[in-house]
Design a protein. Sequence first.
Length: 182
Amino acid sequence: MDTIKNKESKTLVVDRDLIRSAARKMHGFERRAFMAEISLEYCNGSPRKTERMFGWARDTVETGLGETRSGIICLGAQSTHSGAKLWEESYPLAAKALVELAEYHSQQDSSFMNSIAFTRLTAKEALKQLKEQGFSKKELPSPSTMGLALNRLGYRLRNVDKARPLKKIPETDAIFENVKKR
């Protein structure tokens, strides 16, 4: 715990570790906004004082102060330039053919309780049929990736249930006895 004076000459008690811990749990513009708020409150809006007091990069604090002042949020390019594209994005024609295949082999849940389509089509079978349609080996993913792609497209790789009978209720026996009598 430290005591400091803010711009209104009020003495404030600051728990630096708690503030640093809070900042570590945030990311992006939310974190910069928090740093700017702390800088304005405890360091008179000075990025250098904030850097010395809390150990944050003053460039980040300056960006946060600028965002707070202008109301414009700076977007980083990390999300656009990091990570691999999904298979469906890389090969849209093959993905469209896969959707048509899965639609042909799919069935609605027999209870109609949800909108998930179940399919008998396995990932290996999907790969085999796409190869038969003329897609090259380069365009097709591994079987595990194919399974993930089918799941992302809304198809669950499970055995398709036949219509399940409802649970037996006392009225059922009465109905069958009636049928036997006739």
